[in-house]
Ligand binder design. Structure first.
Ligand SMILES: *[C@@H]1O[C@H](CO)[C@@H](O)[C@H](O)[C@H]1NC(C)=O
Ligand SMILES: *[C@@H]1O[C@H](CO)[C@@H](O)[C@H](O)[C@H]1NC(C)=O
Ligand SMILES: *[C@@H]1O[C@H](CO)[C@@H](O)[C@H](O)[C@H]1NC(C)=O
Ligand SMILES: *[C@@H]1O[C@H](CO)[C@@H](O)[C@H](O)[C@H]1NC(C)=O
Length: 471
């Protein structure tokens, strides 16, 4: 955000002589999808982060751990005032907040390692290590199926996700053995043991998709959820980065290819098997796949695969942004290609929104530069302001959708910027910064008198976004 903002500010300064807040596309190389990530991050934190519990409302506790990782990833992309939640969450949660099962704990362990990378307080890393030891000591059962982790202390089911999470968290902790005062191969040995078992377990089927788990020590042929095709990708990538065994990358590519081939709609948009009737757990899965595909890409050398995966992420991002965002509350619904006339007609909550945020962040991280295609560009969170912090001459309207706000700005020849604010309770407010006179006030809008000036900044209110016109 700061980087984007100072760039835009510098650019706008060049334009001051030519009046108004119109920005030219030619010199823009900032990523549009990063703007989408920023808007979504700000909204999740402003409206759904519960400062008293350190958890996100309307999602499960393991999912709050997963969303914490998502926010750490956003902060690694663009620093953000939302980073305050890292220390808040640490203070308000205990290591085993995620639920009652080993996989619940491991989502949080993974998150704390990602948080440590952007906010290096050793206690975050130590918490991850504590969770990891706890799970390693209790969940690995060698007396059935020759090993592997079972899902809960009280449930002996050996499933894919618990084992994939263990592989990935082992490899994420591996670079920190010294810092954590462990022997050099402490985590690597756990990872190798896990992968050796997982590969032979039968959970990876003939199509190179991973089913849910084992029954009587053979593949149970249950649903191939997208997150199970995701977490494995970065586990293998990290194991490859240490062992240099390129077969691991081949396997990761086969799993990613199989997902794109079999777990998508005909137009290439990722599909969860349960759609449209997904329960709360399922609602995070696609984002977890996208996040982990994004983690894999930097380890690849094959140009065809790199291109294929980055295009896949872009396609899905554009589809989600344009079809699945409910304009009345800013939440994304469960479909990444919502065929509905109104995106607000499909189920949506913090989990579905956090899932799309993962997709945006992965896309922004893996697409270097994205040419602006839109007519309007976000200059930042907040209401549009001029350099005197003053309000601009406006047309404004309450209780309006974002579509209608933008459309009205589009139709007004004098419009140079608009901002749109959706309160956390889903109440839209639109203000169009215009050079048009009172006589041009669109129906339903009111005119606020002032002297025309430029839009150069925003007031940083996190539930509003300011867009300036691109020419
Ligand atoms: C969150 O709560 C703590 C006190 O528990 C307070 O110090 C902090 O300012 C709060 N942060 C926000 C952004 O509300
Ligand atoms: C899953 O399918 C395979 C291949 O058809 C079969 O061998 C295996 O027994 C099935 N697993 C279960 C638990 O039925
Ligand atoms: C590389 O990884 C593959 C897949 O797990 C494994 O079969 C093979 O033995 C590994 N090679 C070495 C040298 O460890
Ligand atoms: C605008 O507001 C910012 C932040 O409150 C302040 O630092 C700055 O001095 C203000 N600028 C003017 C011209 O009042």
């Amino acid at each position: 955000m700061l980087k984007l903002f100072s760039f835009i500010t510098a650019f706008i300064l060049l334009l001051l002589s030519s009046a108004d807040a119109i920005v030219r596309t030619n010199d823009l190389s900032t990523s549009e999808v990063q703007d989408w990530a920023e808007i979504t991050t700000a909204r999740l934190v402003a409206c759904y982060y519960d400062n008293s519990t350190g958890l996100f409302t309307n999602e499960l506790k393991w999912q709050s751990g997963s969303t914490l990782e998502t926010l750490a990833n956003f902060v690694s992309l663009a620093d953000s005032p939302q980073r305050y939640i890292f220390s808040e969450t640490f203070k308000k949660t205990d290591p085993f907040i995620g639920g009652n099962c080993f996989d619940d704990y491991l989502w949080w362990a993974l998150a704390w390692i990602q948080v440590y990378k952007v906010d290096p307080h050793i206690e975050y890393l130590q918490r991850a290590a504590l969770i990891h030891d706890f799970v390693s000591d209790r969940a690995w059962i060698s007396t059935t199926c020759n090993g592997g982790l079972q899902v809960c202390p009280t449930n002996t089911y050996k499933n894919a996700i618990t084992n994939e999470l263990f592989l990935l968290s082992s490899m994420r902790l591996h670079p920190y053995t010294k810092l954590l005062e462990k022997p050099p191969t402490y985590y690597l040995e756990r990872a190798l043991k896990e992968w050796k078992w997982l590969e032979k377990s039968g959970m990876i089927n003939n199509e190179y998709l991973i089913n849910e788990g084992l029954r009587s020590c053979v593949n149970d042929n249950r649903t191939t959820w997208t997150h199970n095709q995701g977490v494995i990708l970065s586990g293998l990538a990290l194991l490859y980065s240490v062992t240099h065994n390129s077969t691991l990358i081949d396997i990761a590519q086969k799993i990613a290819d199989a997902t794109i081939r079999h777990l998508t709609y005909p137009n290439g948009i990722l599909k969860e098997a349960c759609e449209p009737k997904c329960d709360t757990n399922h609602r995070s899965f696609k984002g977890i796949f996208a996040r982990n595909l994004g983690y894999l890409i930097p380890y690849l050398t094959d140009a065809t695969h790199i291109k294929k995966y980055t295009l896949f992420l872009r396609l899905n991002s554009v589809s989600s942004w344009t079809t699945s965002r409910c304009e009345m509350d800013g939440l994304f619904n469960i479909f990444w290609d919502s065929q509905l006339p109104d995106a607000c007609d499909a189920p949506r909550d913090t989990a579905t929104t956090s899932s799309v945020l993962d997709l945006f962040i992965s896309t922004a991280k893996t697409s270097q530069t994205t040419r602006k295609t839109a007519k309007w560009m976000v200059i930042g969170l907040g209401n549009c302001m001029d350099d005197n912090n003053a309000s601009m001459p406006n047309f404004y309207q309450n209780a309006i959708s974002e579509d209608l706000c933008r459309q009205t700005a589009d139709e007004d020849k004098g419009a140079v910027a608009y901002d749109y604010q959706i309160s956390c309770t889903g109440y839209g407010f639109c203000r169009i910064r215009t050079l048009s006179s009172e006589s041009h006030t669109p129906p339903g809008f009111e005119y606020q008198d002032d002297v025309a000036r430029r839009v150069t900044t925003t007031n940083k209110v996190t539930i509003a976004s300011c867009y300036v016109k691109i020419i």
